[in-house]
Design a protein around this ligand. Structure first.
Ligand code: CAA
Length: 414
């Protein structure tokens, strides 16, 4: 099977609010594409040459531009960035918050087929065109809207709040201890974000006292036991990774670049309550998420012992809690052990979200999968700067769409 290499890429500063700056999607894409091309030593002339040979393609991940910015038909958008993209086959991929991953998946297939040497994968979302409540309603389209979101304020914090309730019940956990564990997860992500120069919350304040101050006006409850501090952010941003074939890396002496070693892709029953019904007798609360992780380990011929760091979809602290056992770091129901003993801290043996994750780095939904892949690349290429995990050889990402309905896992290594 043809190897797929990651040459590099770029992300925008997730702290920025593009509406307040008066800048539109084309400005966003111009900035991120220019930075990414610079990062991988490519020029627009190189793109024209590759396009003449029909060896380059573009995959765009985005969830809801039709709602946020009144823009559909996103595939050809890069032609507005530079005329070098005239004629380059480009399409949009959508899987809610896993849109970036489904775009990466398609890019991998294009390279494995041998048809393309380079695929530029772009993920983006501009969410700050509306306030957080309207934004929450738009995001509700990633659930079964009629039953799980219509007329409900902040549907996703409520769905992942239900996951927290179900967790406590299923594994007979002490609720106060569980909530403290969630607060610790939040603080680890905010803390890690402080090392990341592109993280949305790098200048924000958070500590365990504040994260445990649930129900206080400064940390209001938003979905069952979850408070504001348990939530990922509403973010404007874009990320790019450039994937390449073995043929291309050989020609350009880039064979030491990281490769994609394995992937997993599974969908679960759409509606949250059906997920819970289906997993009633299963040891995992979200067995299809676990299955996607196992598929990736099998395809990469690796196990959890081989993974040096994880980037996970902490859309809420309850989803990161669940991911710990889905990764195999602990048995299901025993996640508290590694939260409390420092294993998942930045300096622990199984660090989760050195970037700050969706809570700390930010969550421009269509971009998040691509941002995670970029962070895996940086860690394996030893280019993560202040948030570098020492001697990282293999890294794993989990990107989720809906209430863990679409589950995507990738493993990157040398
Ligand atoms: N310090 C400094 N500034 C702060 C701050 C702090 N501690 N907290 C907020 N701010 C600033 C922000 O930077 C922002 O400034 P700009 O307007 O300049 O950008 C401003 O205050 C308002 O911030 P927020 O929009 O974060 O605050 P809010 O109170 O309006 O919203 C929230 C808070 C309701 C928790 C919101 O962040 C939210 O809805 N989060 C969840 C988002 C979500 O549900 N995402 C989808 C997850 S589900 C999934 O991933 C799967 C899928 O398929 C959908």
């Amino acid at each position: 099977m043809e190897k797929v290499y990651i040459l590099g890429g770029a992300q925008t500063d997730f702290e920025r609010n593009w509406s307040k700056e008066g800048k539109n999607v084309i400005a966003l894409l111009k900035e991120v594409i220019n930075s990414a091309l610079k990062n991988v030593n490519l020029t627009y002339e190189d793109i024209k040459k590759l396009n003449k040979q029909n060896k380059i393609a573009v995959c765009i991940g985005n969830f809801a531009a039709e709602y946020y910015i009144n823009q559909g038909h996103l595939g050809p958008l890069l032609t507005e960035v530079n005329e070098a993209f005239y004629g380059v086959p480009s399409a949009r991929y959508e899987a809610a918050c896993a849109s970036g991953s489904v775009a990466i998946d398609s890019a991998i297939s294009k390279i494995r087929l041998g048809d393309y040497d380079l695929v530029i994968v772009v993920g983006f979302e501009l969410m700050k065109t509306v306030n957080a409540k309207v934004c929450g309603d738009y995001l509700g389209r990633a659930a079964i809207y009629e039953r799980e979101a219509k007329g409900i304020e902040f549907p996703f914090p409520k769905l992942f709040g239900k996951l927290a309730d179900e967790y406590v019940k299923k594994y007979n956990l002490d609720e106060e201890r569980y909530k403290e564990n969630l607060a610790k997860i939040s603080c680890i992500n905010y803390g890690n974000a402080k090392r990341n120069p592109n993280a949305q919350t790098r200048k924000w304040f958070m500590n365990e006292k504040q994260a445990n101050f649930r129900g206080n006006p400064t940390n209001e409850k938003i979905g069952s036991m979850l408070s504001i501090s348990d939530c990922s952010q509403v973010t404007d941003g874009a990320a790019v990774v450039v994937l390449a074939s073995e043929n291309y890396t050989k020609k350009n002496k880039l064979e030491n670049k990281p490769i994609i070693k394995g992937y997993g892709h599974r969908v679960a029953p759409y509606e949250f309550d059906k997920k819970m019904q289906e997993s009633k007798d299963n040891e995992y609360i979200l067995p299809w998420t676990r299955e996607a992780v196992c598929d990736a380990y099998r395809r990469a011929n690796l196990s959890v012992d081989d993974i040096d760091l994880f980037e996970t979809h902490d859309c809420f602290t309850s989803s990161e809690y669940m991911a710990i056992s889905a990764f195999g770091i602990t048995e299901p129901g025993k996640e508290y052990e590694v939260i409390e003993n420092g294993t998942i801290d930045f300096t622990g043996s199984k660090p989760i979200n050195p970037s700050g994750g969706l809570i700390g780095c930010g969550h421009p939904v269509g971009a998040s999968g691509v941002r995670m892949m970029l962070d895996l690349y940086k860690q394996i290429a030893n280019e993560a700067g202040n948030y570098q995990i020492k001697n990282a050889k293999n890294a794993l990402m989990l990107n989720i769409g809906g209430s863990a309905t679409t589950n995507y896992v990738f493993i990157v290594g040398k």
